[in-house]
Design a protein around this ligand. Structure first.
Ligand SMILES: Nc1ncnc2c1ncn2[C@@H]1O[C@H](COP(=O)(O)OP(=O)(O)OP(=O)(O)O)[C@@H](O)[C@H]1O
Ligand SMILES: [Mg+2]
Length: 459
C-alpha cells in the first residue's frame, strides 16, 4: 500500500472515478460526500493526503482546507476545481494548499500530484504545534553554533538576496526557510515550496513555470507554476541539486530578470519572488563535475547558511528532547512524562546520524510506548530508521551484540503494534515511520516470522 488518501467529493460518479484511479495505483482510499464528514473523519484517522472538491454543499472545499490548516497543518491538501474557477484554487495555493487539479483531469496528472503529496507528507512542517518557552520560530537551541546560525538567518531575512541552506538530513533546513519567510518583509505574501526529490526530471519546468493548454500530452488546461504563484512572497526550492541541467538556464533567467514564459507559452511573465534553496549535496563539487551551472550556483548562493549536525551542537540535545517530549505528551493527550536518568545517558551517547528529525522520532515513539510517567531506556529504540546494514560481525561477541539490538528493535515494533490494536498504519505512526518503511522493517527483522534470522540479509 502506498498510503491512505481521503477523497471529499459530493458528486458520486466523480468520487467513484477517483477511488478507482487511486486504488488501481495502490492507495487505500476513504471517501466522504462533504466537508463536515471529511473533518470528522480526520479527527480520528490519519491519512497521507486529502483530495477535496472546492464546490460542495455545506462545508465546502475551501472551508475544509482552512480547517485542515488549523487542525492538521502537516496534511497535504489537493483541491479539485472546475475550469473557470481557478482563482479559488490559486488563492488556496497561496494559503498553503499542496496543489490543485482542474476538472476535467487526466489520470496521470492526478496520480502524479497525489504521489508528490504523499511523498512529502512525511516531511511536512509542524508549525501548528504548541511549544514551550525558549523556542524561536518553532526552533529550539542555545548552543553557540545555533546562536551563530540565528544571526545569519536574521541577516538573510532582512536582505533581498537568494539564500542557500545546506546541512545533513534532518538538521532543520525547511524550518529555517520558513523562519526566513516569516521574519522577512514578505511575511504576508505566500510561501510556496517544491521538493526536488519528488519531481521527475521531465516535469520540473512545468512545475516551476507553469504551462499553457496543449503544451504537452496531458496539459488539458493552462496552469500557473510555483514562480507565478509565489509572486510577492518566497519560493522554497528543496533539493535544488535535482534541477535538471536543461532547466537551470531558465531558473537563472527568472532570478536575474524576474522574467519567464510558461511551457508552451509565448507571453513573457514577470514575478517578484525571493528564492530560498536547500541541499544536502555539495553543489560546488557538482559545478566542478558539470552537473550544476556555476553561474546559477553563485546566484542562488547569495547568503549561505550551513546548519550544523546535531553532534556539533550537543548542548541543544536535551532542550530539544524536552521540547519534543512535551509536545508529544500534549498532542497525545497523555499525562506529563519525563526521561529517566539512564535514558538521558543513552541519548547523550548516541551519534544521531539522522539529526534533529531522528531525535524527534525517537522521543515521540518513546512517549507513545512508555506505560508510566517515566520513560526508561527500554522505551527508546535508536537507529530504527537506519537503512544501512551494520558491518558484518566478526566475533561471537559482536554477533551477540547485533542479535540483541535486533531483538530490541523487534520488541519495540511488537509493542507498537500491540498498542495500536494490531493496526499497522497506526503502529507506524506511533513509531514515527512511514507505513511502507514499517512493512520493510517487519520483513527485514522477521518480526512476524521465527525472528531468528540474522535479519540484515538482502531485503
Ligand atoms: N531547532 C529545531 N527545533 C525544533 N525542531 C526542529 C529544529 N530543527 C528541526 N526540527 C524538526 O526536525 C525535523 C526535521 O527538520 P527539517 O524537515 O526542517 O529538516 P531538513 O534539513 O529539511 O531535512 P531533510 O534534508 O531530510 O529534508 C522537523 O520535524 C522539524 O520540525
Ligand atoms: Mg527538508
Amino acid at each position: 500500500m502506498k498510503g491512505t488518501v481521503l477523497v471529499a467529493e459530493d458528486d458520486r460518479n466523480l468520487r467513484r472515478v477517483l477511488r478507482a484511479m487511486l486504488a488501481r495505483d495502490g492507495y487505500e482510499v476513504a471517501e466522504t460526500p462533504d466537508g463536515e464528514a471529511a473533518a470528522s473523519f480526520l479527527a480520528s484517522r490519519r491519512v497521507d493526503a486529502l483530495i477535496s472538491d472546492i464546490r460542495m454543499p455545506g462545508m465546502d472545499g475551501l472551508a475544509l482546507f482552512r480547517h485542515c490548516r488549523e487542525r492538521h497543518p502537516e496534511l497535504p491538501v489537493i483541491l479539485i476545481t472546475a475550469y473557470g474557477r481557478i482563482e479559488d484554487a490559486v488563492e488556496a495555493m497561496r494559503g498553503g494548499a499542496f496543489d490543485y487539479i482542474l476538472k476535467p483531469f487526466d489520470e496521470a496528472e492526478l496520480l502524479r500530484v497525489v504521489g508528490n503529496a504523499v511523498a512529502t507528507s512525511a516531511v511536512a512542517d509542524r508549525e501548528g504545534a504548541s511549544a514551550p518557552a525558549g523556542e524561536w520560530f518553532g526552533m529550539v537551541g542555545r548552543s553557540p553554533a545555533w546562536l551563530e546560525v540565528r544571526k545569519v538567518i536574521e541577516k538573510a531575512a532582512a536582505s533581498p538576496f537568494s539564500v542557500l541552506i545546506t546541512g545533513e538530513t534532518g538538521t532543520g533546513k525547511e524550518l529555517v526557510a520558513r523562519a526566513i519567510h516569516r521574519i522577512s518583509a514578505r511575511r504576508d505574501g505566500p510561501f510556496l515550496k517544491i521538493n526536488g526529490a519528488a519531481i521527475p526530471p521531465t516535469l520540473w519546468e512545468a512545475e516551476m513555470f507553469g504551462y499553457e493548454k496543449g503544451a504537452f500530452t496531458g496539459a488539458v488546461q493552462s496552469k500557473p507554476g510555483r514562480f507565478e504563484l509565489a509572486d510577492g512572497g518566497t519560493f522554497f526550492l528543496d533539493e535544488v541539486g535535482e534541477v535538471p541541467l536543461g532547466v537551470q538556464g531558465k531558473l537563472l533567467r527568472v532570478l536575474q530578470d524576474r522574467e519567464f514564459e510558461r511551457v508552451g507559452g509565448v507571453r513573457t511573465l514577470t514575478t517578484d519572488v525571493r528564492l530560498i534553496c536547500a541541499s544536502n549535496r555539495d553543489l560546488r563539487r557538482e559545478t566542478e563535475r558539470g552537473s550544476f551551472r556555476e553561474d546559477l550556483y553563485y546566484r542562488i548562493n547569495g547568503i549561505p547558511i550551513r546548519l550544523p549536525p546535531l553532534r556539533e551542537r550537543r548542548e541543544d540535545l536535551l532542550p530539544l528532547a524536552d521540547f519534543f517530549l512535551e509536545r508529544t505528551w500534549k498532542d497525545l493527550g497523555a499525562g506529563r512524562k519525563f526521561l529517566a536518568p539512564a535514558t538521558v545517558e543513552v541519548l547523550e551517547r548516541y551519534a544521531w546520524p539522522g539529526n534533529i528529525r531522528e531525535l524527534e522520532n525517537a522521543v515521540a515513539r518513546s512517549v507513545a510506548l512508555s506505560d508510566g510517567e517515566e520513560i526508561g531506556p527500554s522505551d527508546l529504540c535508536l537507529g530504527l530508521e537506519e537503512t544501512e546494514r551494520p558491518p558484518a560481525p566478526a566475533t561471537p561477541e559482536e554477533e551477540r551484540f547485533h542479535a540483541s539490538v535486533r531483538e530490541h528493535k523487534r520488541a519495540v515494533i511488537r509493542r507498537a503494534i500491540a498498542k495500536a490494536g494490531g493496526n499497522k498504519t497506526r503502529a507506524a505512526e506511533i513509531l514515527g515511520l512511514s507505513p511502507t518503511y514499517l512493512s520493510r522493517l517487519l520483513r527485514v527483522l522477521e518480526v512476524e516470522g521465527k525472528g531468528n534470522g540474522n535479519g540484515y540479509n538482502r531485503s
